[in-house]
Design a protein around this ligand. Structure first.
Ligand SMILES: Nc1ncnc2c1ncn2[C@@H]1O[C@H](COP(=O)(O)OP(=O)(O)O)[C@@H](O)[C@H]1O
Ligand SMILES: [Mg+2]
Length: 316
């Protein structure tokens, strides 16, 4: 193979290796380590792992208002798979320019209309096609979604109440989770949502979801409305809780730092119709948010993604 081949005897793109400038090779050499992350050489597809995975998208397209004048394809050719890791769910962050279809992806996993069902392709959870919402998937939104007329205790216990769990049992469990999300059982359990700060209300929303022990937690910009300090505190809280509940988390955010800090894996989406452009594996958050987010390798990963997103936003 080392015999020199005349340049014009072979098609250009099959040409000898040393015809390609060295720095071009280096630039395209993926997987590529970037700070605390690694950019995979391609986005993994469902066929590539031996098991069904906990969540997989196979060639998924969502067109809103099909057949009407305002038909709009929000996502297309979305393929990915998240593995079901025994006793430890992954934390998957989803980033991308606004309007690229992040919420569409999340709500398809949740089985919520009108995102569900997909126009083309298949969304699977634990090997089965998603047909409707289910107790195996819990969702936390940006907007505070507690019931105004219920106390913190009754909001957190709501899901168990729906399941017919007796009062004493569900209230005991609710008190446990009120404590676990950093609220005070003594001072807060009888408060109403309007008596709480934004951060406290999101703690209630998280407790209300976790009490049902879902295998999959879907979070759509849950800290988007919080001030920076509260946000960092919530990030640390989420890391602790997530270790305890061993769920797989899908976390949509506009904050690149938040995505890189919390994520084991980051999906970067393209402009609409959104598809997954890149998959990064990143170091788990093993120190406080404020500390890790200051470090140079962490910043390197953040800048890499920031540049990609800036380019995407310019291209729109
Ligand atoms: N129910 C809907 N009907 C029509 N278009 C929608 C609907 N939901 C979202 N879209 C459009 O689909 C695109 C993707 O939306 P979304 O998933 O909310 O994006 P993101 O969460 O990334 O900002 C946007 O252009 C949005 O306007
Ligand atoms: Mg959204």
């Amino acid at each position: 193979m080392s015999d020199p081949v005349p340049q014009d005897a072979v098609p250009q793109d099959d040409g000898p290796q040393d015809a390609v400038p060295q720095d071009a090779v280096l630039q395209d050499a993926l997987p590529q380590d970037v700070g605390v992350g690694t950019v995979l050489d391609h986005v993994r597809e469902p066929e590539e792992i031996p098991s069904a995975g906990i969540v997989s998208f196979r060639n998924v397209r969502k067109t809103y208002n099909v057949g009407e004048a305002n038909a709009f394809t929000a996502i297309d050719e979305v393929n990915f798979v998240v593995e079901d890791i025994e006793g430890k769910g992954e934390f998957v962050s989803i980033l991308g320019p606004s309007g690229c279809g992040k919420s569409t992806v999340l709500r398809l996993i949740a089985g919520l209309e009108p995102q569900h069902p997909p126009t083309v392709g298949e969304v699977r959870v634990m090997g089965r096609t998603v047909e409707r919402p289910g107790a195996d998937r819990g969702m936390v939104f940006q907007d505070y979604t507690s019931f105004d007329h219920r106390t913190v205790l009754d909001n957190v216990a709501f899901g168990l109440e729906c399941r017919g769990v007796p009062r004493e049992e569900r209230e005991e469990s609710a008190r446990h989770w009120i404590g676990r999300v950093g609220l005070s059982v003594e001072n807060d359990q009888l408060k109403y949502p309007h008596e709480l700060s934004g951060g406290m209300r999101q703690r209630v929303a998280i407790a209300r979801t976790l009490i049902l022990r879902p295998r999959i937690i879907l979070m759509d910009e849950p800290f988007g409305a919080l001030d920076p300090t509260t946000r960092l505190n919530m990030q640390d809280l989420l890391v602790d809780l997530w270790r305890e509940v061993e769920a797989t988390v899908f976390f949509v955010t506009h904050s690149i730092g938040e995505a890189v800090y919390l994520g084991d894996r980051v999906y970067l989406m393209s402009n609409s119709p959104g598809t997954i452009l890149e998959e990064l594996e990143v170091e788990p958050p093993n120190r406080p948010a404020l500390e890790m987010q200051r470090e140079v390798p962490f910043q390197e990963t953040v800048f890499y993604i920031r540049d990609k997103i800036a380019t995407l936003e310019e291209e729109r």
